[in-house]
Design a protein around this ligand. Structure first.
Ligand code: HAS
Length: 566
């Protein structure tokens, strides 16, 4: 995909190597993560009636699925993409610091993966106590987080020196988006670091016998919701700065992009209690305050919907599109020279449903109907496995091809990947939504009970969910296989030219100059204030509640573990 007037830059071989490993390593790990996605579908739909397959347990597989896909793949991608954006727009980074961050992230991933594969850490990606993991799991995740912080700290001097040399100029929009992502990440990871270091690691080593579960869960969701915007922000960077270009047009409003990024810094974090509407110990006043803030965090996504539609319309009209709706026909849906369009467009389409169901979840009393049901995985597959996953794999393929100087192989197969994935995810999620609205639980090996006709717990009315889940999950696996074929055939093909760093850069149609969205400072101050207001009372309430501490459990035993014989 060589579009006219693209800027290509030669980058240092060390940085190129590091970005490539940061992209290729988690993409290869995805094979494991996606295999366990298919296994989830088969267990839950009742095609498998056992606790383990190929020596890997149901909850072990679910942990691998969540940790690899939602934590490792996303964090490595965000760091690699961040390096690409900073180097492309601002300048050189310190390579020693870059390798340090890379080394910590790699070591952390291997430690956590080893802990999960050993069967001692089947605690799922939310690692809620009282499920207890091996200390290596918590230490591994901590190293991944610290490594990613160091990457961000490495970009700060480059940013400040660029600002000094370009006084009065607007910081490039993509840089603002990447900085917003890592500011949100920094805000999010501090509470989870406190949870891991002060609550989980001592408990996991057995230095203390019990853990404060409500506090641990509150700290987790203090992290867990901004985490989703850390995932979404690199996707929004691609939507705002690349989708208009690849559609053949211009970004409708530069201000809208900056506003979206700043607003997400402000409201990503003071909303975590919307994951805890059913939790005891937190008053309904503070649950309502978090529900209200959640409605506000959805505002920039509603704005993004309009700005993206307007930007695509500009592109379509430049390509000859006419009429009120006729322009939709002119978009490059299956144009192999603009193949990234499909990866972005399909993500946007899926996000309409993921976003609407998010707003349903946030509506305090509606959440009571669907909390902890299969509705939730339907919602998050239409967000993180929709726009986020498609844009990340698309950009991974794009950057790997550009940096290695290779042509995309099997272009016709490649162009259909996002559409097949979208078909799969829509069928799969419809099944989970229907099941969830009827009470089907999430995170349950239903093949042992509810979807096993031999079991007295068999649930006939979850049949539709079961069938749709199997069909959709299988189609998603086919799409993933198509992607892996394109990716690895491209990777192992011969280079056609010297690899360079290239990014698509959209021009703005309205390039507004609004000072309020040009400095991070007021938004950071606002975020600190909102966090203080939204979290101080609930934390005090949780600390004052006299819940007994919890002993450790594993998913396979209904009784606590004996700490002296773990
Ligand atoms: Fe969420 C639970 C609320 C967004 C991920 N969410 C989760 C969990 C995950 C997750 C992983 O309030 C489960 C955690 C767990 O394991 O328990 N979520 C929201 C709300 C939003 C939202 C209000 N979530 C996301 C994003 C995620 C994500 C983004 C990942 C990246 N979520 C919740 C709540 C819960 C929750 C509750 C907990 C519930 C419970 O009971 O536990 C909003 O940010 C959504 C705003 C989005 C929109 C959509 C805008 C549409 C766009 C597309 C335009 C399309 C175009 C194309 C232009 C308003 C931008 C047109 C083309 C055509 C063909 C027409």
């Amino acid at each position: 995909m060589d579009l006219p007037d693209e800027r290509k830059i030669d980058i240092e071989p060390g940085l190129k190597r590091m970005i490539l490993i940061d992209l290729i390593f988690p993409t290869a790990l995805l094979i494991l993560g996606i295999y366990h996605g298919l296994m989830q579908v088969l267990y839950r739909a009742g095609h498998i009636h056992t606790r383990k397959v190929l020596g890997l347990e149901y909850y072990q597989g679910l942990t691998l699925h969540g940790v690899v896909n939602a934590i490792v793949f996303t964090t490595f991608f965000a760091v690699a993409f961040g390096y690409a954006v900073i180097r492309f727009y601002l300048g050189r980074v310190n390579m020693k610091v870059a390798w340090l961050s890379f080394g910590l992230m790699m070591a952390g991933t291997l430690l956590a993966a080893g802990a999960i594969l050993s069967g001692t850490s089947s605690v799922l990606y939310t690692f809620y106590p009282p499920l207890r993991a091996h200390p290596a799991f918590y230490i591994g995740l901590t190293l991944v987080v610290v490594g990613s912080w160091i990457a961000f700290f490495n970009w700060l001097p480059v940013y400040f020196s660029w600002k000094r040399e370009h006084r009065g100029e607007k910081v490039p929009l993509a840089v603002v988006g990447i900085f917003a992502a890592f500011i949100v990440w920094l805000i999010a990871t501090i509470p989870v670091a406190i949870e891991i270091i002060f609550l989980l690691i001592p408990w996991s080593f057995g230095w203390v016998g019990t853990v404060n579960v409500p506090l641990a869960r509150m700290l987790f969701w203090f992290f867990g919701h901004p985490l989703v915007y850390f995932w979404l922000l690199p996707t929004y960077v691609m939507y705002y700065t690349m989708l208009p270009k690849v559609s053949g047009g211009r970004l409708f409003s530069d201000f809208a992009g900056r506003f979206t990024f700043m607003w997400l810094i402000l409201y990503s974090a003071p909303v975590g209690i919307h994951h805890q509407f059913t939790e005891p110990g937190i008053s309904s006043t503070w649950k309502f305050v978090h529900a209200f803030f959640t409605m506000l965090v959805a505002v920039p996504s509603f704005a993004t919907a309009f700005v993206m539609a307007a930007s695509m319309e500009l592109g379509a009209r430049e390509r000859g599109g006419r009429g009120l709706m006729g322009w939709w026909k002119q978009l490059p849906y299956t144009d192999t020279t603009r193949w990234l369009f499909g990866y972005f467009f399909c993500g946007l389409f899926i996000f309409i449903f993921g976003g609407v169901t998010g707003v349903i979840n946030a509506s305090y009393n509606l959440d009571n109907v669907i909390h902890n049901t299969s509705w939730l995985p339907a919602h998050f597959h239409q967000t993180v496995a929709g726009p986020v996953f498609l844009s990340y794999i698309g950009m991974t393929l794009f950057l790997v091809a550009k940096l290695t100087g290779k042509e995309i192989k099997l272009p016709r197969l490649n162009v259909w990947v996002p559409y097949v994935w979208t078909l799969g995810i829509m069928i799969f999620s419809t099944g989970l939504f229907i099941g969830g609205a009827g009470g089907e639980p999430r995170r349950t090996n239903m093949g042992l009970t509810y979807t096993n006709p031999q079991s007295p717990l068999y649930h006939q009315d979850w049949q539709a969910a079961r069938i749709l889940g199997t069909i959709g999950g299988t189609i998603m696996t086919v799409a993933a296989l198509m992607f892996f074929i394109v990716f690895f055939v491209t990777l192992f093909s011969r280079s056609r030219r010297t690899g360079k760093l290239e990014l698509l850069v959209s021009q703005a149609y309205h390039d507004e100059n609004v000072r309020a969205v040009q400095s991070f400072t007021p938004w950071l101050a606002g975020a600190a204030l909102l966090l203080f207001v939204a979290y101080t009372p609930p934390i005090v309430q949780t600390l004052r509640s006299n819940f007994p501490g919890a002993a450790p459990f594993t998913p396979d035993r209904p009784t606590p573990l004996n700490l002296s014989h773990p």
